[in-house]
Design a protein around this ligand. Sequence first.
Ligand code: NAP
Length: 357
Amino acid sequence: MPEAFPQIEVAIAASTGAVGQRFVELLHDHPYFNVSALAASDRSAGKLYGEAVDWRLDSELPQEISGMELMPLIELGEPTSPNVIFSALPSNAADEIEVHLAAAGKAVFSNAPDHRMDEDVPLVIAEINSDHMRLTDQQTTSGFIVANANCSSIMATLMFAPLEEQFGIDEAHIFTQQALSGAGYPGVSAMDITDNVIPFIAGEADKLRREPLKMLGTAYQAADFPIFPTVSRVNVRDGHLIVAHLSLRETVDLELEHITEALASFRGPEEVRNLPSAPKLPIHVLSQPDRPQPRLDRDTENGMSVSIGQISEEPNTDRMGRRVFKLIGLGHNTLRGAAGQSVLNAELAYARDLLTP
Ligand code: NAP
């Protein structure tokens, strides 16, 4: 760990959207990072942040950020721009520019889907697969890209990881109820979502089939079990709820309390536990029969913990005779599911001295 935490200058790409605003909120007063550049699309470049943004968070827009001028994205590649970039760029817009920035020597912590499944790009949840970070050595650019998974993939992977490690998962069926902010701002039209549930989110199910396996495997070999996802958009502001049915591999003598204990005792490696954004408990197990709920549980440990409840065993085995366990998880999609996860990954990179000031 660098001594006395010298601050590193950082930039935020696409700082005005749902995830970009969370980056501003999390980084404006951060012990390791100082936001010294904000970039936006051609629509917003040249404006002051406070003029361009439609600030939607409950916290105050920080004064010092409000007065900063938004620069064109391409200028983030200049040698004078910060060497660390948090990207909240939308899909497609991220594809070339993130590679360009890595080629310009920048460390890019991305939320966009474009490079998540690239073989040499690590998809990181610091507590689960921090060892995957070494894949950045294989990138041919002088800088690197570290990606975040999709928000629901992050929640599902946190729910799966302790159980995959201790008992092995043979098959997973998941049903998501995803919040409005998951679609960005302004997102789904009020006419479509009021008094309604939309059982479709473009491209989402496919991400849930693949991304958790990349994170649960080794850096070079994905985990191997089928995930059957069904996704939906619900009329909730923040917080994705996931119902999971898991067929486990090692179930001889397995009691429900072993599952509860595996989830409740999950901590992640020592080097991650004391990072500024790391929650004390990445997973909170709830015993109340009607939890977790988005309004009550999404902000647990600053939105960085996943709450899991209703842990139970189905009375019937599956067709293969395997015991099936049910759990319901809930996490904050723009915090643990996006900006908070990127910041935690960057803190880990900082602690490992991987970031150039
Ligand atoms: P959003 O609210 O729609 O914001 C999109 C941002 O991108 C805005 O800041 C917009 O800024 C900027 N932008 C739009 N087109 C652009 C372009 N062509 N070039 C450069 N900037 C452009 O979306 P979001 O929810 O923040 O999502 C951002 C990224 O995070 C996406 O890749 C998404 O898949 C991912 N993600 C989101 C969540 C979530 O819960 N929302 C979770 C995980 C991952 P201006 O128009 O003001 O320039």
